[in-house]
Design a protein around this ligand. Structure first.
Ligand SMILES: [Mg+2]
Length: 200
């Protein structure tokens, strides 16, 4: 089976780190449980300038490397690979963060997953200079059996695969979101994802 796995807030605790960054840079205190919008500008009530500053800070190499692993992510993915499954990480991070994101994976025992960047949110202007930086047409040529994703804004990338089983990683910004089809299920953690896959 082929797995699509999103990076931020599936493999690592990106939004939790942003709550720390927003407080450090701008004194904006928002508890993680209250991160109700995928749009962080809205969540932290930032000006355009502040938002830009926060995104630059959040994409600095040492900050990206410091993101905590979501408990169980590496264990469950390695178990899937050991069972013969293929795991691709499809991240909406800018193409220029490929090397540091690859390093994070390697440092967390995920040397065997393949990492691709895909401009999911139409905000990546960095040069795409390796075969792991996908253009949309490259992505649409790929096929998956399972997807693990937290962002409803990315669900449109599944529309061409009606058989795909989508596991939505339960997060405060998607918890009220009505899942778009019966092939979608909500998972609270990696144990739940593991159980779902093994139950098939
Ligand atoms: Mg994500």
């Amino acid at each position: 089976m082929k797995f699509y796995v999103d990076f931020d807030d599936c493999l690592c605790e990106t939004a939790k780190s942003f709550t720390v960054i927003a407080e450090r840079l701008f004194g904006k205190k928002v508890q993680y449980e209250n991160v109700r919008f995928f749009d962080l500008k809205k969540t932290f009530d930032l000006t355009d300038e502040e938002y830009k500053k926060m995104m630059i800070e959040g994409h600095r190499e040492e900050v990206l490397l410091s993101y905590e692993e979501t408990p169980g992510a590496s264990f469950v993915l390695n178990e899937l690979i050991d069972s013969g499954h293929e795991v691709s990480i499809i991240t909406g991070r800018p193409a220029c963060t490929y090397d540091v994101s690859r390093r994070w994976l390697d440092e967390h025992g995920l040397e065997r997953v393949t990492l691709y960047t895909l401009d999911k949110y139409g905000r990546d202007t960095s040069p795409k200079n390796n075969r792991f930086n996908l253009e949309l047409e490259d992505y649409y040529r790929m096929e998956f059996d399972y997807a693990i994703e937290d962002s409803p804004l990315a669900f449109k990338f599944f529309d061409h695969m009606p058989e795909l089983k989508v596991m939505v990683f339960d997060r405060p910004w998607n918890t009220d979101y009505k899942l778009p089809g019966e092939n979608y299920t909500r998972c609270v953690d990696w144990k739940c994802i593991r159980d779902r896959v093994n139950a098939k």
